[in-house]
Design a protein around this ligand. Structure first.
Ligand code: ADE
Length: 250
């Protein structure tokens, strides 16, 4: 069955890229289904109000629980009681105050049959929306990094793209997902294509040597070197058995 992704937002047009390029093709080919919903369709007042001032004071506005509650009731179906293996969707709430999104979480989400993304704007969504939803489904408050965006829409695009490329059939070349940065806990090293010399810069000899073991060793060393320089935290987090004797020699 295709992965079903629903997004609830006050800016449905912001999610248009989901229907473009690689993701659009996955939708056309029936590998992924995407529904984008306007939060304001669950308002009942003439102004279509989705926010209000925060209890306790302070700047900004907070998104109202009643509107979000109706939206989630409509978009997140309860699991079918006839279907023993039926699972409730996972609700993903993008927020800079969430747990950090990473490749491991992308892999986990790619195993799910249904994901619902609840995009907040302003200062956030009334916390009771998340607390109440936790009673009936898995809820993840997730941050894509330590910086603050205006809302959850772009964070949703980032996460959906990272998840969708892991779905079998979405990428043209299935090995590329398993060999890229993070699959072995290291950053990818540099890559090259023709011409052999470009603006006086030659492609490293070893890559043209035809010696596959030497190429593998060279690539591994460049990955280690780059990771050490740019992301020493990733090396610290690597289980010791992931580093061979040759790796340590590097
Ligand atoms: N909303 C605003 N900033 C965000 C971030 N860094 N990650 C996820 N959602 C956000």
């Amino acid at each position: 069955a295709p992965l079903r992704i629903d997004v609830i937002t006050i800016f449905p047009e912001y999610l248009a890229p989901l229907r473009a390029a690689l993701l659009g093709k996955a939708v056309d080919r029936g590998l992924v289904e995407i529904g984008v919903h306007d939060l304001r369709s669950w308002t009942h007042d003439v102004h279509r109000t989705v926010d209000d001032s925060p209890y306790g004071g302070g700047p900004g506005m907070v998104m109202k629980p009643d509107v979000w509650g109706e939206a989630l009731d409509a978009v997140c179906p309860a699991p079918d009681p006839e279907d023993a293996g039926g699972r409730a969707p996972v609700l993903v709430v993008p927020t800079p105050a969430g747990r950090r999104f990473d490749q491991a979480l992308a892999r986990e989400l790619a195993e799910e049959p249904r994901l619902v993304f609840a995009c907040g704007r302003y200062e956030g969504i009334d916390q009771r929306v998340v607390d109440e939803a936790e009673g009936r489904m898995r809820v993840l408050e997730v941050s894509i990094g330590d910086y603050v965006l205006v809302g959850g829409e772009v964070a949703t695009l980032v996460m959906v793209e990272a998840v969708a490329r892991l779905i079998p059939g979405v990428l043209g070349n299935p090995v590329s997902a398993s060999e890229d940065s993070f699959s072995d806990g290291l950053l990818e090293g540099p890559c090259y294509t023709r011409p052999e010399v470009w603006r006086g810069r030659a492609v490293p000899d070893v890559l043209r040597s035809g010696n596959h073991a030497a190429v593998d060793r060279w690539r591994r060393d460049r990955a280690l070197e780059r990771t050490l320089r740019r992301r020493p935290d990733l090396l610290d987090a690597l289980p010791p058995e992931e580093l061979s004797r040759a790796d340590r020699a590097f």
